[in-house]
Design a protein around this ligand. Structure first.
Ligand SMILES: Nc1ncnc2c1ncn2[C@@H]1O[C@H](COP(=O)(O)OP(=O)(O)OP(=O)(O)O)[C@@H](O)[C@H]1O
Ligand SMILES: [Mg+2]
Length: 267
């Protein structure tokens, strides 16, 4: 792989609501703040990443008919109608770019099922995209279906956010098995890191989960733990990463710290 595409991260965990999208938005924007050139690829039909960085996925306040996308999106890339170069957009953050998603992507699993090399559509699109980035992040949906497989095949590292809650480790075996299977298609792929999210210092349980995850994944776990912070959950409704919404919040300082740790790990 050419060095300009050295770091392609798939942010994956088939468990829903563990902080995949929040991490893509805020880790991505603090890395961009550091001067890194970052591309976020929204591979989830929910398009939370797209709206979370201020991209309008609505027209006149309504969700569009799934078949009538009002803008070009990752859907057009996967169906090979468009190149990423025609679809990616700038955001309010300098150095931060987005390939938006659209609800029409929800049908992609079925529509692409008969495509040749359907697992490698995103990989091919990224290879054909002739622009340099320091980091590319792919935000995966909460499933292990064709979209997540595309995310894993396109990446060279998997980042797994884990919520500091009961059952945190449940289902991770399945994810790791999927990563192992994807290695047949993409031998470069490896686990790049585990991020502990939504830590609540008031509970013993959260501390126990942190210990358990560290014991299991060892050095792969980032030192920085992301606390539960209401400002992080409010920011997406304003279409803003936390560094534009509330710089002083604990959510902002923790994602800033994570971004520092991240760029020193992935130089
Ligand atoms: N550290 C945090 N503190 C408080 N709320 C958070 C935090 N991280 C995420 N949230 C909120 O929790 C919810 C789930 O987070 P997020 O959307 O990032 O998870 P996800 O893994 O991308 O979910 P999905 O699997 O549905 O794509 C969102 O409402 C988000 O705003
Ligand atoms: Mg998400």
């Amino acid at each position: 792989m050419p060095s300009k595409k050295k770091y392609i991260f798939s942010i994956s965990n088939q468990k829903g609501g563990v902080g995949k999208t929040t991490t893509a938005i805020n880790l991505g924007s603090f890395l961009a703040d550091q001067g890194k050139k970052v591309l976020l690829i929204d591979l989830d039909p929910q398009a939370n990443l797209s709206s979370g960085v201020g991209f309008s996925t609505k027209i006149d306040g309504n969700w569009q008919n799934a078949n009538k996308a009002p803008y070009s999106s990752i859907y057009d890339v996967l169906t090979q109608e468009k190149n990423i170069s025609e679809v990616f957009v700038t955001t309010d953050i300098k150095n931060l770019f987005l390939v938006p998603s659209h609800l029409s992507l929800a049908g992609a699993e079925i529509e692409l099922a008969s495509q040749l090399a359907r697992e490698s559509l995103l990989k091919k699109a990224i290879e054909n995209f002739d622009e340099e980035f320091d980091y590319i992040f792919i935000d995966s949906p909460p499933s292990l279906g064709l979209l997540t497989i595309n995310s894993l095949v396109a990446a060279n590292k998997v980042i797994v956010p884990i919520q500091c809650e009961y059952f945190a480790l449940e289902g991770l075996g399945q994810l790791i098995e999927t990563v192992r299977m994807v290695k047949n298609l993409n031998s470069e792929l490896e686990l790049g890191g585990v991020i502990l999210t939504m830590f609540d210092a008031r509970t013993n349980l959260a501390t126990q989960v942190v210990d358990e995850v560290r014991k299991y994944f060892k050095d792969l776990v980032f030192e920085t733990v992301i606390p539960r912070n209401v400002r992080l959950s409010e920011a997406p409704s304003y279409g803003k990463p936390i560094n534009l919404y509330d710089t002083k919040s604990s959510g902002a300082s923790s994602y800033k710290k994570l971004a520092k740790e991240f760029s020193s790990r992935f130089v």
